[in-house]
Design a protein around this ligand. Structure first.
Ligand SMILES: Nc1ncnc2c1ncn2[C@@H]1O[C@H](COP(=O)(O)OP(=O)(O)OP(=O)(O)O)[C@@H](O)[C@H]1O
Ligand SMILES: [Mg+2]
Length: 439
């Protein structure tokens, strides 16, 4: 009896045992289908070549016997395609370690795959607020950042993509300013080409901004309507008349570009869903984010969750595409001995980055960036948000933000906001917090 996690190690062993044959193939794809059964896909040229075909069938037979019940009878266990791209189409694929020509393609019941890393946008910077665990103060920190950036005169676009647990907009908007529609409405209307007419009705401005402007695009409108019926449809791909299929993550990226073209923001802040979730995967990997904030509490649940994610990126060989955009954030740093807490968190983050995403301890580059434990610019170096009783168990964050002053924001969120500002090249933000060693 073999379980799913043994499929790849066994497949690697079997292919290694038959390396002489495998190395003569143009390519070989291991296809793990929706039911977690494996076929191999080979170039079409193999099929008429009786000797080679028999050799490949023999390999599949050995593999199938060892991974049963995750396999098919040999008659149906081998498929042929013209090209490797065609063999991998519609799934998540990556090369298998130790082989030049062997790829894995995974067919998942969900669209989110975490391993397709969209290139960074070169327009207004996009910052994603993500965490493995929920309830760590992500949305509150995002609202505080929006507040500060707007005080500095910036046009801030805020997107609530935490569709299954929406709430950010209520922290930035009082009830009477909530717009009529939200992202969920657009994703449903877009399926019937009706997105454009509701666009203006899904953008609200917050009166919390002083010199700049905060544009809020909520998950749903002032009246959520039949939210659950709509939510169940947002994940739909849009199929064009010509049969082309636009996955929902590409649709949400299109929405983001449309909103950017309309609002012309200086910066976009995106509230992602927490956890290893489909919407979260889209926020983190599909939206072309420049900076992905990974909120973390120093606890085993946090680290085992990030380990799963980093492991996936390592396996899919995309570590290099994403690691420099990542940034740990120490969430809810306790009042008692914050420095010791941050030191532990930094070390644990470093160990994980080193094991999964860093490949060498390079000397600092021109900007002073390196994978060193102490390097101030490295992604494992946590930016901090303090726990503060004034933000715990708030009835409405909006009410709190209405009365807040710069000193309070500085005290709780100053380190995070200051570092975001420095990252953006928009000044030092709160230099006292950073340079004065407040933590
Ligand atoms: N800096 C802080 N200090 C103390 N409490 C905080 C702080 N920030 C947020 N909180 C409180 O923690 C709770 C969770 O905050 P928030 O909703 O911002 O977290 P979240 O990570 O966005 O959660 P979710 O995963 O549910 O979206 C709220 O009750 C909030 O008032
Ligand atoms: Mg939230």
């Amino acid at each position: 009896m073999t379980v799913f996690d043994r499929i790849l190690p066994i497949a690697s062993e079997v292919l290694r045992e038959h390396r002489a044959i495998v190395s003569q193939l143009e390519w070989l794809v291991i296809n793990r289908d929706l039911n977690a059964r494996v076929r191999i896909i080979l170039p079409e040229s193999v099929e008429p070549d009786v000797e080679r075909r028999k050799q490949c069938e023999a390999i599949y037979e050995v593999l199938a016997a060892r991974i049963a019940p995750h396999a098919y009878p040999v008659q149906t266990g081998i498929l042929y395609e013209a090209t490797r791209d065609e063999a991998c189409a519609g799934g998540t694929s990556y090369p298998l370690d130790d082989f030049d020509k062997v790829w894995l393609v995974d067919r998942l019941a969900t669209e989110g795959n975490w391993a397709n890393i969209a290139p960074e946008t070169d327009g207004a910077p996009r910052i994603v607020f993500f965490s493995i665990k929920g309830g760590v103060g992500r949305s509150t920190a995002l609202a505080a950042c929006a507040w500060k950036l707007a005080q500095l005169g910036k046009r801030v676009l805020v997107l609530d993509l935490d569709l299954e647990s929406p709430g950010l907009s209520s922290s930035l908007l009082p009830t009477d300013r909530q717009p009529m529609y939200g992202i969920t409405d657009w994703l449903v209307e877009d399926l019937v080409d009706n997105g454009e007419p509701i666009l203006d009705g899904m953008i609200a401005t917050s009166e919390l901004a002083r010199d700049g402007q905060i544009y809020v695009v909520p998950a749903h409108g002032s009246d959520a309507g039949e939210y659950i019926a709509k939510l169940g449809r947002v994940w739909m791909p849009k199929v064009g008349d010509d049969g082309t299929r636009e996955p929902w993550s590409a649709r949400s990226h299109r929405l983001l570009r449309t909103l950017e073209a309309r609002i012309k923001p200086d910066i976009v802040l995106i509230d992602s869903r927490a956890g290893i979730d489909e919407v979260a995967s889209s926020c983190v990997t599909d939206l072309g984010a420049n900076l992905i904030l990974l909120f973390a509490l120093d606890g085993s649940q946090t680290w085992s969750g990030y380990r799963i994610l980093f492991n996936h990126w390592q396996r899919a060989r995309v570590a290099e595409d994403i690691r420099e955009r990542l940034q740990m954030v120490a969430a809810l740093v306790p009042e008692l001995d914050p420095s010791a807490y941050l030191k532990d968190l930094r070390e644990r983050a470093y160990d994980l980055f080193l094991e999964k995403l860093y490949d060498e301890l390079a000397s600092p580059d021109a900007e002073g960036w390196s994978f060193d434990l102490a390097n101030e610019l490295a992604p494992h170096q946590p930016w901090a948000v303090r726990w503060h009783r004034g933000f715990a168990a708030l009835h409405t964050l909006h009410g709190r933000l209405e009365q807040i002053d710069d000193d309070e924001i500085r005290h709780v969120f100053g380190d995070l906001i200051g570092r975001i500002l420095r990252y953006l090249g928009w000044g030092d933000g709160y230099p006292k917090v950073i340079d004065g060693g407040a933590f």
